[in-house]
Write a protein that binds this ligand. Sequence first.
Ligand code: SAM
Length: 405
Amino acid sequence: MFEVYEPMEDSLLLEKHVKKYSRNNVLDMGTGSGIQAIAASRKAEFVIAVDISNESLKKTQKNIENTGIKNIFVFKSDLFSFFDKPREIKNIKNKKIRNFLLKKPKFDLIVFNPPYLPKDQGIKDKTIYGGVKGHETLEEFLSQTENYLKKDGKVLIVFSSLTNKEKIDEIITEKGFNFKIIDQEKISFETLFVYSIKRSEVLESLRKKGLKNIKIFAKGHRGLLYRANLNKKDVVVKTKLPESKAKGRIENETKWIKKLNEKNIGPKLLFSGQGYFVYNFVKGEFIVDFIEKNKKKDIIRILKDVFMQLYKMDKMNLDKEEMHHPLKHIIVDKKPIMIDFERCRKTKKPKNVTQFCQFITSTSMEQLLRKKGIKIKKHEVIGYAIDYKKDMSKKNLNKILNLLK
Ligand SMILES: C[S@@+](CC[C@H](N)C(=O)[O-])C[C@H]1O[C@@H](n2cnc3c(N)ncnc32)[C@H](O)[C@@H]1O
């Protein structure tokens, strides 16, 4: 049985934003006492309020009657199920609402304060259970939301840190949306988050281009990577984090990868668009893992290859900027492929080769290479790196390469 969810801190926190965001046609999912529907009704043309529980619907109806509001319409629905019941919709007396709901309804704003607690919290009220893990109802809601949201529509949700926030972030993204945390509040044992969610234009245009199974792959300081399939091949999509304020970085990286691809450097760029680029997934191992597992001869071949690529970059006056600590920047399969050109920039004094010298002479690398039978003569490498810095010639590069044995 369901009880009615009397407004709590989460309701009040969400209500504040519903008042701000509501416009035209609003859907209040899981209306409970009707608090969000009432808040939305002031600015909306009309509000459709639904709930799975009869008690909630009765309560909402009573609360609406008490306020005298005329533009809220209440229906029983398990998530969006009511919108698929034309026989019931045809019985709605209000013509405008009947017609709106008969033509696959799309809303400007959808509000949901979902039941979000995992079952093991020991709380008896079933209006707040979101499933065994807590996020299942929200996940199901987000799987269907796309069908009921206008192109520029927004979704507001509130949930607690007692639910797995990372998981919710992942679900939102996997369903093709972007989110912004627009409010948060600490209450006794939990933090409440209010999210504003909208369609991700990037993900939408990627789907149109045929990308399938788009899943979050890695999150950096500014960039967000997705893995996906394109014509049965694995690809990676790089976009900026929705919350990142940095401008033009994706465009910058796309430009340099294009140029570097001409010299066989970097992952193969497939195509790019506003705010994203797509490249072939680079399989292999990060450089240190590769060194740990391979033999002297192969390690030397790979290190020399990296040096050659870095030399080409030096000659292009491009600085990758992170080559003194490239642990996650070089992936080795048959050959080494550098990834992540986020900080790449044009400069008169590129430091790619010299930074890589710093890397291979670092204590941990020196030890690792020694274990593999490669003795790095630190002082000689540094001496030749200084010569190279003064004159970035092939001859000076070769002096460094000749020390790798
Ligand atoms: C946390 S309460 C929120 C109530 C109210 N919107 C508020 O902000 O105070 C969650 C509400 O969702 C309703 N609900 C739970 N599962 C639902 C489902 N599958 N479809 C529709 N409503 C559901 C519950 O009955 C409950 O009223």
